[in-house]
Design a binder for this molecule. Sequence first.
Ligand code: 5GP
Ligand code: ZN
Length: 155
Amino acid sequence: MSLEKDCVQQKSESKISEHAIKDCIFCKIIRGEIPCSKIYEDKEFLAFLDIKPINKGHALIIPKIHCKNLLDFPKSEETDLVEFIKKVAAAVVKATNADGFNLGMNNGGAAGQIVQHAHFHIIPRFDNDGLISWPHKEYSEGEMQEMQKKIVGLL
Ligand code: 5GP
Ligand code: ZN
């Protein structure tokens, strides 16, 4: 099915506005309206280089159907997403001679999401590349167990 048909079908299914799909920068990349440095694709996903990399070789993986974040991510029909990510990450690591990589996803503005089309970041990492990890917080007495209960109760 063409992306356009996908989008129309999706619009009626998930009430994502036509506007969001038309104006979305990653949908424009998928439609070929703006260029990207493509790395790999299959029927359902596309991988390409991030235009402003955290480290050179930083890649993005996006579903070809517009969705905002992981919570409204479409169920893959054929693609094994983890295998897709592994394939791209392994090539990025090899090409950049990286010592490791981060797999990341920003979901929502509070988490740093700027482009409102779900995407995974694969960021090659190098020993002493100067990138600082997130700081950690401490739970008070019993707080961790309370949080555990609360989350488990919602599953
Ligand atoms: P976010 O903060 O939403 O998780 O990350 C969006 C990412 O998309 C950023 O790292 C940004 O550099 C990248 N990006 C934004 N616009 C474009 C574009 O037009 N082309 C490419 N290749 N990457 C883009
Ligand atoms: Zn989109």
